[in-house]
Design a protein around this ligand. Structure first.
Ligand SMILES: *Cc1c(COP(=O)(O)O)cnc(C)c1O
Length: 405
């Protein structure tokens, strides 16, 4: 490698470090669960306390399915019956019965006609827009949409509009400006991951109907637990069956392995199978993940116990952390942003929590706006009340020590 390139890369890395944006990864030595152990790794200020168990408040393991015995057993079973890998893309020889079964089950769960699997939700979003929308069309996005939606929109030739985050008046402005385009789609995260903000899908549906636009949502932080049956934000907002395109992940609430999907009308899914590049040119989802995901949907269709417990945990924790003296972003989502405002203090709080046995991560600029630093915690159905009580106690102690309360 040329010396000038190496020194350029070193400089880039140094720039990331100096901007305080360097992300170090802590190493977990256990399955994802209510508690985890981490190896003695990380930056000096974030030393793991000697392999002790930490209460885990930062996984997207909303329903606790990442290490659920039935899910693990179903993965083993599919591994035995369908092998380890498909060694093929779908259209050559990469489609098994278990993949078709999962697509049909996802469609039923989400209230759409069909669904198509991808290696990740990032790919589902990356491969969604370019096959469906061209120069004559309009894509209207919330300004805080996930990076994968932004990238997917960039790959299409459609005309683009962005509305202010969650601002329905500004969305209407975009719809008016896009009036002369052929097809229009409004696309938004169902739930936004930094604040736990829930998109106003009922109002968005009404606006889309008024201006003749499709409505699409990314349900990565919603599928499995939002709504009374856990179907997602569309159920939560009373528009189940009325959202045109739904993308989502198998990598969060639905077991946490990996994989994504797009659920929509039959014709949309059919065209994606023909033209969506991450689907056409990337390997099939591992059969064990497909089999385990079917078992996940069995669990969720048979009982709402897990999403009910998650909801109860969320309500309890939001209330308790406020009583302890912290400010949170109000809401009902299991993402609970505990506001610290100051980036340095947020880092200090996160480091002290780690010492006190709580694994929770600080977020600051540029991930969130300047002066909006926070600890973002996420509730799970695997948390027992005792875990949450210990977490609140640790927050209160660390908060007092750091003069935050
Ligand atoms: C996590 C996430 C993704 C990416 O999901 P993967 O399946 O891990 O690629 C996409 N969109 C949103 C909104 C997410 O939160």
């Amino acid at each position: 490698m040329p010396a000038d390139l190496i020194s350029h890369l070193k400089q880039e890395l140094q720039g990331v470090r100096e901007a305080g944006l360097f992300k170090s990864e802590r190493i977990i030595t256990t399955p994802q669960g209510a508690t985890v152990r981490i190896a003695g790794q990380g930056t000096p200020t974030l030393q793991a306390p000697d392999g002790r168990e930490l209460i885990n408040l930062c996984a997207n393991n909303y329903l606790g399915l990442s290490s659920h015995p039935r899910v693990i057993e179903a993965a083993h079973e599919a591994l035995r019956t369908h092998g380890y890998g498909m060694s093929s893309v779908r259209f050559i020889c990469g489609t098994q019965d278990v993949h078709k079964e999962l697509e049909a089950r996802l469609a039923r769960f989400l209230g759409t006609e069909d669904a198509i699997l991808y290696a990740a939700a990032f790919d589902a979003n990356g491969g969604l827009f370019e096959p469906l929308f061209g120069e004559a069309d309009a894509i209207i996005s919330d300004e805080l949409n996930h990076a994968s939606i932004i990238d997917g929109v960039r790959l299409s030739k459609a005309q683009r509009w962005r509305y202010k985050h969650n601002d329905m008046a500004d969305l209407e402005r975009c719809l008016q400006e896009a009036a002369s385009t052929r097809f229009k789609i409004v696309f938004s995260d169902g739930v936004f991951s930094m604040d736990g903000t829930v998109a106003q899908l009922d109002r968005m549906r009404a606006l889309c109907d008024q201006y003749g636009a499709l409505l699409g949502i990314d349900e990565c932080h919603a599928t499995g637990f939002m709504g009374t049956r856990g179907r997602g934000t569309h159920e939560h907002r009373g528009v189940f069956g009325k959202v045109d395109i739904i993308t989502g992940t198998l990598g969060k609430a639905l077991g946490g392995a990996s994989g994504g999907f797009t659920a929509a009308r039959r014709e949309v899914v059919e065209l994606l199978r023909q033209r969506s590049r991450p689907y056409l040119f990337s390997n099939t989802l591992m059969p064990a993940i497909a089999g385990a995901s079917v078992a996940v949907l069995d669990l969720l269709e048979a009982s709402t116990a897990l999403r009910d417990k998650l909801e109860a945990n969320t309500t309890w924790f939001r209330d308790a952390i406020v009583k302890a003296g912290f400010q949170i972003k109000p809401g009902t989502h299991p993402i609970v942003p505990i506001m610290v405002y100051d980036a340095v203090k947020a880092q200090a709080l996160s480091a002290r929590l780690l010492e006190l046995g709580v694994y929770a991560v600080g977020f600051f600029y540029p991930v969130v706006p300047k002066g909006q630093a926070r600890i973002r915690v996420q509730m799970s159905a695997v948390h027992e009340r005792e875990h949450l009580e210990r977490a609140v106690t640790a927050f209160a102690q660390a908060g007092q020590e750091l003069g935050l309360l």
